[in-house]
Design a binder for this molecule. Structure first.
Ligand code: ARG
Length: 458
């Protein structure tokens, strides 16, 4: 049998270079299992509807099942001379079961077939990614819980700002990842649409039952418009943009951790499993895995833009251009899966340098906002309080003096509202404890959040 599903209309042959340029098994072979599964549902439907004899339908189903087993066992070898994976499955099925195989392509076109296969691939991987994001959240929550009493400096503009609980900082990552889950989940819902049966673009005059196939394949619904079915790749773009956002989130986590392992910060130590040494400087321990997660994430926006440009201004309906959605999609999905897994392992292996951190949160400037709030609580306007604390901080800095060294008399020089109790504020544990607002770094609130996340993640 020819390595093409068409040909009788042609007298000439595709040039060797055209073959090399257009054949896609090098990347679309990943769709083999989905092609078999979708083919089985389709054949069963054709049998049930009396479009092909039931015995042919079961011969096809049996053959596809055998091919699926070979695929799952890693024994399926795709012929590089096949135009694409859909053609290859068709050819191998023909070899396996003979003539009934020729009936499989009834009321189906590769245009609806390929998009259905890609949707099935995406649904599978979205399910996996949803689990992997949860696992990463779990690793972060466990880490937060283990270090629930640790206080760290927090930054804006990468300048020390205030103190917060390390756990609070960690739960910020968990929130980011929860939005990522939402995006992947939403994308999955919109991906879960059965497009098989749209045929080339207009539907078919054969009495198919598309809802039957929808149910068999576990899709949430059947596509409503055959033209849209074969021309839409929004779901690919949605998944890739969700991955680009998640990738960006992972780079921000990596960046924090990379800073924190430097000797200058020295907040944490990460396990040797994720570091390498230097070939010239024996003292070095480089956080290569984190750097490579950060670096590799650059491909996601690149791949996303590639997909957007691919689809931009394509006329309705299917165009061969769309074959090129796959390398970027597969690369994106499978890379983000690896990254999510490795980040969970990294968090499980982090040690917090608690003694160092105790020293790092001592600076009294961390508490300037707390002092300001103290004045506000005594009726001073926010603007005046800001001024007062600003002047006080400046003079302390200019004269190398500490706020805690001043007596009440000296404090009153700045504001008559200062009393001795103001100096109680100059401690990191007090600073976190006095925070009251919902979502703040208050230890009770953070602990409650940890409990909540643990429950959600289980
Ligand atoms: N390999 C093609 C793709 O991935 C399959 C559909 C081809 N259809 C066609 N009529 N040439 O998009």
């Amino acid at each position: 049998m020819a390595s093409r599903l068409w040909g009788s209309r042609f007298t000439g042959k595709l040039s060797k270079l055209s073959e090399k340029f257009t054949y896609s098994t090098a990347y679309d072979a990943k769709l083999a299992r989905y092609d078999c599964v979708a083919g089985m549902a389709h054949a069963q439907m054709l049998g049930e509807q009396g479009i092909i004899p039931k015995k042919d339908a079961s011969a096809i189903t049996g053959g596809l099942k055998a091919l699926l087993k070979m695929i799952n066992d890693g024994k399926y070898v795709c012929d590089p001379a096949s135009e694409d994976i859909h053609t290859d499955i068709q050819i191998q099925l023909r070899k396996l079961i003979g003539q009934p195989a020729d009936k499989l392509h009834t009321a189906r076109s590769r245009n609806d077939q390929v998009v259905t296969d890609v949707r099935l691939y995406c649904m599978d991987h979205m399910d996996h990614i949803l689990v992997l994001v949860r696992k990463l959240q779990g690793a972060i929550v466990t880490f937060a819980d283990k270090n629930h009493d640790v206080i760290i400096p927090a930054y804006t503009h990468l300048q020390s700002a205030q103190v917060v609980l390390l756990a609070h900082h960690m739960l910020a990552y968990v929130e980011m990842l929860e939005r990522d889950r939402g995006r992947f989940g939403d994308a999955r819902t919109r991906t879960s649409v059965n497009t098989l049966g749209a045929c080339a673009l207009s539907g078919t005059s054969l009495p198919t039952d598309r809802d039957y196939v929808t149910a068999k394949l576990g899709f949430l619904k059947t596509s409503a418009n055959s033209i849209d079915s074969v021309s839409d790749r929004d779901f690919v773009i949605e998944i890739m943009s969700a991955a680009a956002i998640t990738g960006m989130h992972l780079t921000r986590m990596c960046e924090d951790l990379i800073l924190w392992v430097t000797s200058e910060f020295n907040f944490i130590t990460i396990s040797d499993e994720f570091c390498t040494g230097s070939s010239i400087m024996p003292h070095k321990k480089n956080p290569d895995v984190l750097e490579l997660v950060r670096g590799t994430a650059s491909k996601f926006p690149g791949r996303l833009v590639e997909a957007l440009v691919l689809m931009k201004a394509l006329p309705m309906t299917y165009n061969r251009d769309m074959q090129m959605d796959k390398p970027g999609l597969f690369d994106t999905v499978e890379t983000i899966e690896d990254m999510l897994k490795i980040m969970a392992d990294v968090f499980a292996g982090i040690k917090v340098n608690k003694e160092v951190l105790k020293e790092r949160v001592k600076s009294e400037y961390f508490f300037s906002v707390d002092i300001l709030d103290y004045l506000v609580k005594k009726g001073v306007s926010y603007r005046d309080a800001h001024n007062t604390v600003g002047v006080m901080v400046k003079e302390c800095l200019d004269h190398g003096r500490k706020i805690s060294d001043m007596n009440v008399g000296q404090l009153k020089k700045y504001s008559m509202q200062f009393e001795d109790d103001m100096r109680n504020l100059l401690k990191p544990d007090v600073s976190v404890k006095i925070k009251k607002s919902l979502g703040s770094t208050n230890p009770d609130m953070v602990r409650a959040q940890i409990r909540l996340w643990k429950k959600r993640i289980q």
